[in-house]
Design a protein around this ligand. Structure first.
Ligand code: ATP
Ligand code: MG
Length: 388
């Protein structure tokens, strides 16, 4: 008999009439995520998603690990299957939960019966299994009010299942249920985290990277591709847009006042990201900006850069401390790649004294010598897509 995996829905349970839509999205995302690990039957009953392997080929360890990064799941459990009789259930609980019973100081058993033909009531079965566990692990006390470990027994149509306490899921909402957005992905620490935060809220993301070859080399591009690939563990499959940015940066360097270099470069990034977003049916842009972190992330600098956008700019890290961002980056697994020592196009042509109080009027004046529309068009046309 095969183990199964139970996923508890997160915020979906608070939804009203459109709940079915969110549930279907979660089940579809789970199916997609599990594709590499075997064939599974996935269905939802009362806010729990059941993941049943269809044959013995399924890699249950890998499947369980993959589902821990599935947004929309608040907790998950791996349950062992056994025959539907009290002795078999008790024997399974004793063997399957040995580790958890040895760690706990107190426990209780909780039973759910969807097969109402089963000859014992839920309470009787809980008492029976509880007694067997207490005999097998005499050092663990029964405590029905505040147990350290809850042993769960489910009697279902085809089999009975035994499981211990669930582990924490990724939380958030199923990716895709809240629309699409473009995320500006550099090779730094911040933007992978901002991407992750918006994906967590159920948004499908299209990462866009601005690449200034040869000022930023192949290695810098490969770094961003691997960051984006790592993010697919959470965000699902994505297409990374790599935008050629060299010509724009050279034009700014040659024709514009140095104190506006960074601001003008960022205005171009936002314009191009906005174009790609609109072309791909997205409703917002996402950046890893953080208030006051650098001169280009003051309130006035952000006002000047976002003035060129038609879509809202989401900045999920705006109020975070650097350490909080670093902690998240370690948690989601991007930190080690982010801190590889490759340059980013932002560090090419950095002004010695960036404008401290930039304004839209001065930015317009500074970029007046440039063919803004033409440069944007050229960059959008030259964009390459990498499937992840
Ligand atoms: P990060 O760690 O994400 O690079 P940062 O603190 O270094 O952020 P900046 O370099 O000022 O900040 O960039 C601010 C934001 O602009 C980034 O978080 C990212 O969203 C976007 N960005 C910067 N450079 C690029 C790039 N080369 N390609 C795509 N987006 C970029
Ligand atoms: Mg950066």
């Amino acid at each position: 008999m095969k183990d199964i995996i139970l996923l508890k829905q997160g915020e979906i349970v608070l939804k009203g009439l459109n709940k079915k839509y969110f549930e279907q999205r979660l089940a579809a995302n789970a199916a997609k995520r599990l594709k590499p690990y075997g064939k599974f039957h996935i269905y939802t009953i009362q806010s729990t998603v059941y993941v049943e392997p269809l044959d013995d080929e399924a890699d249950m360890d890998a499947a369980f690990a993959a589902l821990q990064t599935l947004f929309g799941v608040i907790s998950l459990t791996r349950a062992a299957a056994c025959e539907k009789n009290a002795e078999a259930i008790a024997a399974k609980a004793i063997a399957y939960l040995a580790g958890a019973m040895e760690r706990a100081r107190s426990f209780k058993v909780e039973t759910r019966r969807s097969d109402k033909q089963f000859p014992m009531t839920s309470i009787q079965l809980s008492q029976y299994v509880g007694g067997a566990l207490a005999d097998a692990y005499p050092q663990v006390k029964v405590d029905v009010h505040a147990p350290e470990l809850t042993v769960n027994v489910e009697v279902r149509d085809l089999a009975a299942y035994v499981h211990g306490d669930p582990v924490r899921g990724a939380g958030g909402m199923p990716v895709g249920c809240n629309g699409r957005a473009v995320t500006l992905l550099s090779g730094g620490i911040d933007s992978p985290v901002s991407t992750w935060m918006i994906a967590k809220r159920g948004v499908h993301l299209i990462p866009v990277h601005f690449w200034s070859f040869p000022y930023t080399g192949e290695a810098a591009k490969e770094k961003v591709i691997s960051l984006a690939r790592q993010l697919t563990d959470w965000c699902g499959t994505m297409r990374l847009a790599v935008v050629p940015f060299t010509h724009i940066q050279e034009e700014i360097r040659d024709k514009c006042p140095e104190e506006y270099f960074t601001i003008l470069m960022r205005r171009f990034m936002m314009r191009i990201a906005d174009r790609i977003a609109v072309d791909n049916g997205c409703s917002a842009l996402v950046t890893g900006e953080n208030l006051g972190q650098v001169a280009s992330q003051t309130m006035s600098a952000m006002a000047v850069t976002e003035a060129v956008c038609t879509l809202p700019v989401l900045r999920p890290l705006i109020g975070f401390d650097k350490q909080e961002i670093v902690n998240l980056s370690r948690k989601i697994g991007t930190f080690d790649t982010s801190t590889l020592p490759y340059e980013d196009c932002c560090t090419v042509f950095t002004p010695r004294h960036p404008a401290l109080r930039p304004t839209v009027d001065k930015a317009l004046e500074a970029e007046a010598p440039l063919d803004v529309e033409g440069l944007v068009e050229e960059a959008v046309m030259g964009t390459d897509y990498v499937k992840l």
